[in-house]
Design a binder for this molecule. Structure first.
Ligand SMILES: [Ca+2]
Ligand SMILES: [Ca+2]
Ligand SMILES: [Ca+2]
Ligand SMILES: [Ca+2]
Length: 354
């Protein structure tokens, strides 16, 4: 037998060498792996080879071409060959696309910040456990370096979680737990005057220098200072009531105020004035008289306060006096208790009947 390209030579009828045996094919199965979540892949393969005793094996058809996209799962591919005598043979192999999860979970671990008052050493911190996503939909927390609810000192502490998917792929994530201090406590004032500071001046003064002890404060930050004061000790204050405000602040802007009053008040230290203090009086008793009424003009008085002072006396005009010397005392007292006296003498002598 001989064959020429492009020309088919049919054997003569009854040829004893007639080829009745189909080609022999080898079709190995193919398996490809794709990452979990991928729907399939292009699969390329070396085409099956057919052998035939005639030396002629021609590919007739294939159900899928190499390089075709295969979905995850199993797809049959069938090849058909023929020899030169019209004998055909088919073979089917399986293209299996399987998924494999080689991708670790993707965690999300947000940092946490907590604040505590200045001076506190730390705090218990709880949190919602971080999560992770994975194409498999299965993620477990394998370990955590620190449990929620643990006491964290002021500062920054790292917390590490380890996640695993169902295929044993793991991923770590670390977040920072930061505990910071804030000063929200205002300074404490130690010796703010509890009552108004009262200073007396005389009626002819309308102001006074007023002093008070240094007002001090403490603060948890140790940074307190006077940030504002309306007056200083040693200032001159006018008569009346003045409010003094001393403001202390710390470095965080917290403030505390010491507020007290300064009262400068006038007191009357000037005695009243007596007007018209009578001169000494001398009267004569007749031989028949034991006493005689004596009259004088009572003195009047005024006071710098503008209010009428109180006038008292041991004798009054019109009183009867006997022989001898009588000392009349007028005492004038103002509302502040300042007093002055006016005295004069009434002398009664015995007359001689002429
Ligand atoms: Ca054959
Ligand atoms: Ca995974
Ligand atoms: Ca403070
Ligand atoms: Ca007076």
């Amino acid at each position: 037998m001989s064959e020429r390209v492009g020309e088919q030579i049919l054997p003569p009828p009854g040829d004893l060498c007639k080829d009745t045996t189909p080609p022999v094919l080898t079709c190995p199965d193919i398996t490809r792996t794709v990452e979990l979540g991928v729907t399939g892949t292009q699969v390329i393969w070396t085409e099956p080879i057919a052998a035939d005793a005639s030396g002629v094996a021609i590919l007739v058809s294939r159900s899928s071409d190499p390089g075709t996209f295969f979905f995850v799962g199993t797809t049959d591919v069938t090849y058909t060959f023929t020899d030169g005598s019209g004998n055909t043979a088919s073979c089917t192999f399986r293209v299996t696309v399987v998924t494999e999860d080689t991708t670790p979970p993707v965690p999300t671990c947000p940092d946490i910040t907590r604040t505590v008052e200045l001076g506190v050493t730390g705090t218990q911190v709880t949190w919602t456990e971080p999560t992770a996503t994975d194409a498999s939909g299965v993620v477990n927390i394998v370990s955590r370096s620190i449990n929620p609810g643990t006491f964290f000192p002021v500062g920054t502490t790292d917390v590490t979680y380890t996640f695993a998917d169902g295929s044993g792929n793991t991923a770590n994530c670390t977040f920072r737990v930061t505990v910071i201090t804030v000063d929200t406590a205002p300074p404490t004032i130690l010796n703010c005057p509890q009552e108004a500071i009262a200073v007396a001046v005389s009626f002819n003064q309308d102001q006074a220098v007023v002093n008070w002890p240094v007002v001090m404060a403490i603060d948890n930050s140790n940074t307190q200072s006077v940030t504002q004061r309306t007056h200083n000790s040693g200032d001159v204050f006018q008569v009346g009531t003045t409010t003094v405000t001393i403001t202390f602040g710390d470095s965080s802007g917290n403030t505390a105020q010491c507020v007290f009053g300064v009262v400068v008040y006038q007191v009357d230290s000037t005695a009243p004035q007596i007007i018209g203090c009578p001169a000494d009086i001398t009267r004569t008793l007749t031989l028949e008289q034991d006493t005689v009424q004596v009259f004088w003009t009572a003195p009047t008085a005024s006071d710098n306060s503008g209010n009428a002072p109180t006038i008292t006396s041991n004798f009054a005009p019109g009183d009867s006096f006997g022989l001898g010397e009588w000392r009349v005392v007028y005492t004038v007292t103002d509302e502040a208790g300042n007093s002055v006296q006016c005295t004069f003498t009434i002398t009664l002598i015995r007359g001689v009947d002429v």
